[in-house]
Write a protein that binds this ligand. Structure first.
Ligand SMILES: Nc1ncnc2c1ncn2[C@@H]1O[C@H](COP(=O)(O)OP(=O)(O)OP(=O)(O)O)[C@@H](O)[C@H]1O
Length: 351
């Protein structure tokens, strides 16, 4: 799906504005500090209820204002989504109805974001790669969110039990359903990695991305597969009691990425890591489209992130995709698309 209309109020330096984006490529250009990234931030805020640049919503709220408000009309179904956030609360409406969970927005407005620190997907901690897998599964596997929430609840209960000296019988009673949910999560994640591998190889060829060796993706479950999660929980119970938390489980699962047999984070240059992260994110986009989900794509300053050749190939590829892309740059758009000029917080459509 795409956005047909977007109105933004109270976001950083942006003057209140209503934008009519095009179906495919939307290009926001202007000088440094003009407010381009703030437009993407507003779209992200609508989809996730938070910023991708700051953990504190107060830094996003325009100085002198007490809230941000982002409203959009989704296309083709015409559904209206509205999000209002102040420093201490949020209110959201979808299709005219009050919303209680942010995950409802995430489900209505799937998006893939590429920003200058996207290389963290490769060189950041395992949580970045877990989130990457979980995010896609959330959109394409109807039971994943519920399984994930169930596992997280048992994990919290087991950790509380470990710390409060609960009996073995109490812990065992939790471990059985926890292991069932955890094994399901692992199977979903491992299945996704198997599928993604194929898509990534074909995308790398299309986008002319050649890394200095074969890239391998493997899902490590966070417990020995041969022992199974139930066995692993039972075996580590005494040690977990001493530590006060649960060690084995998919909460410590990891998408392992290697290039030429070495950890990709160590083997690849920063630029190569960015290319690999791009591949992972575009493969996510491709995977979502393949499942009938049409996410928005937000690309923050790709012109300075990618070399000219790769950027050109990405633009060519994007033109073929049924996704609405929102791109920021300091230069005008080199290809056909709807273009907006951003200057000191004011957005004007120029093409
Ligand atoms: N809470 C706020 N209230 C008002 N203005 C703000 C607030 N936070 C940041 N700003 C200003 O808003 C602008 C934000 O710009 P933004 O990061 O969106 O620009 P950009 O066009 O993406 O720039 P660049 O090309 O340098 O990344 C900056 O000029 C910044 O000083």
């Amino acid at each position: 799906m795409s956005l047909k209309r977007l109105s933004i109020e109270g976001v950083r330096n942006l003057a209140p504005v209503e934008i009519a984006p095009g179906e495919n490529l939307n290009w926001f250009h202007g000088a440094n500090g003009a407010g381009k990234t703030s437009v993407l931030e507003a779209v992200f805020l609508l989809a996730r209820g938070r910023s991708f640049r700051s953990h504190r919503i107060s830094s996003v709220i325009q100085h002198g204002q007490d809230r941000v408000r982002v409203v959009a009309c989704r296309w083709p179904d015409g559904m209206t989504l509205g999000m209002e956030r102040s420093a201490g609360s949020w209110r959201g409406r979808i299709g005219g109805k009050e919303c209680l969970r942010l995950s409802e927005f995430a489900a209505c407005l799937p998006l893939v974001l590429m920003q200058p620190d996207s290389h963290r997907l490769i060189d950041g901690g395992p949580e970045h790669r877990r989130q990457y897998l979980d995010w896609q599964l959330f959109h394409v596997e109807p039971h994943y969110l519920e399984t994930w929430q169930r596992y997280a609840r048992y994990l919290r209960q087991r950790n509380a039990g470990l710390r409060s000296g609960a009996s073995d019988a109490v812990l065992q009673a939790l471990e059985q359903p926890m292991a069932e949910a955890g094994e399901r999560m692992s199977a979903f994640r491992a299945g996704l990695v198997d599928k993604a591998r194929v898509v990534i190889d074909s995308l790398a060829a299309t986008l002319g991305i050649h890394l200095p060796g074969a890239v391998e993706f493997r899902y490590r479950r966070g417990y020995p597969a041969e022992e199974g999660l139930l066995g692993a929980l039972s075996a580590s119970r005494a040690r977990d009691r001493e530590l006060g938390f649960t060690r084995p489980g998919p909460h410590r699962g990891e998408l392992v990425i290697q290039c030429a047999g070495q950890a990709a984070a160590q083997e690849l240059s920063r630029g190569q890591q960015k290319l690999l992260a791009l591949l992972l994110q575009l493969s996510q986009l491709d995977g979502l489209v393949g499942e009938g989900v049409r996410p928005l794509l937000l690309l923050d300053d790709p012109v300075s992130e990618l070399d000219g050749r790769h950027f050109g190939l990405v633009l060519d590829w994007l033109e073929q995709q049924p996704v609405q892309a929102w791109v920021t740059a300091t230069v005008p758009c080199p290809t056909a698309g709807r273009m907006f000029h951003v200057e000191q917080g004011k957005i004007e459509r120029v093409l």
